[in-house]
Design a protein around this ligand. Structure first.
Ligand code: NDP
Length: 245
């Protein structure tokens, strides 16, 4: 299937890796549906990417709200004819030592990073089953490693990896499932950390390893979904050259 016939849905398209991915897939000729909570950001991106025969729509969506995702799926079906590519990218990394202080953040990360991806996949599954289609799950190096202070974030990404591998086998060959596991990428991700020590540590580490641009991850995603139908890139682990763990 040529990229020009394809429709890509990207969650968390308002910044960072999601925004860069939307740009890369639109550049490759796909129609794009931009999902996120910050309406102003996705509206501006849709205006930029639409036109010249390419469609780009902004859909205000909270991945923790199934009704919101169901409404998004309906709009993608009605306005773009259904999804061929779903990029589960929305996520938060609220690093902190594990304790009762983090009860809400623990729940939030599981609801966004893991359950959000599962529910988004579930509501778009019927459209994707029309295949051949791509499901791309944005995991992390934290889905392969574990460190003090990232236990819950790592749990969401380890969970995503296990879920993705089972889905890869279950949904083949109609839906090609790929997991992308970035190391440090320069985005807003660390801005949302509320534990000051954890935040400073993460920011320092990103600086030390020379965090890579989200455009690099977007190019990997565009390459992955652009492979011929018979080829499946199952997993990509990518770090800045200087990042050890
Ligand atoms: P950003 O903070 O720039 O982007 C996160 C995106 O997720 C935003 O677009 C945000 O949009 C969206 N989002 C957050 N909560 C929700 C929600 N409830 N509903 C819908 N969208 C939501 O960070 P990144 O681009 O870095 O992160 C993207 C993904 O990449 C995440 O899954 C992250 O875990 C993963 N990752 C990032 C790495 C990095 O070093 N940056 C490394 C490894 C993985 P809005 O607030 O508008 O809703």
């Amino acid at each position: 299937m040529s990229a020009n016939d394809r429709v890509a849905v990207i969650t968390g398209a308002s910044s960072g890796i999601g925004e860069a991915t939307a740009r890369a897939l639109a550049r490759d000729g796909m129609d794009v549906a931009l999902l996120a909570r910050r309406r102003d950001k996705i509206d501006a991106l849709a205006s930029e990417l639409g036109g010249d025969g390419r469609r780009a729509i902004a859909i205000e969506t909270d991945v923790t709200d199934r009704d919101s995702l169901l409404a998004a799926a309906q709009r993608v079906k009605d306005e773009l004819g259904g999804a061929d590519v779903l990029v589960n990218n929305a996520g938060q990394m609220l690093l902190a030592p594990f304790s009762s202080d983090q009860v809400q953040e623990t729940r939030r990360m599981i609801e966004i990073n893991l359950l959000g991806a599962m529910v988004a996949t579930e509501v778009f599954l019927e459209q994707l089953r029309d295949g051949p289609s791509d499901l791309v799950n944005i995991s992390s190096v934290a889905g392969r490693t574990a460190r003090p202070g990232n236990s819950v974030y790592a749990a969401t990404k380890w969970g995503m990896n296990g879920w993705s591998e089972a889905l890869r086998q279950e949904l083949a060959p109609e839906i090609r499932v790929s997991v992308i596991e970035p190391g440090a990428v320069a985005t807003e991700l660390t801005d949302h950390i509320t534990d000051e020590e954890a935040k400073q540590g993460a920011e320092q580490m990103y600086q030390d390893v020379d965090a890579i641009s989200p455009d690099e991850i977007a190019e990997i995603i565009a390459f992955t979904v652009g492979r011929p139908d018979g080829v499946a890139i199952n997993e990509v682990l990518v770090r800045p050259r200087g990042q050890a763990f």
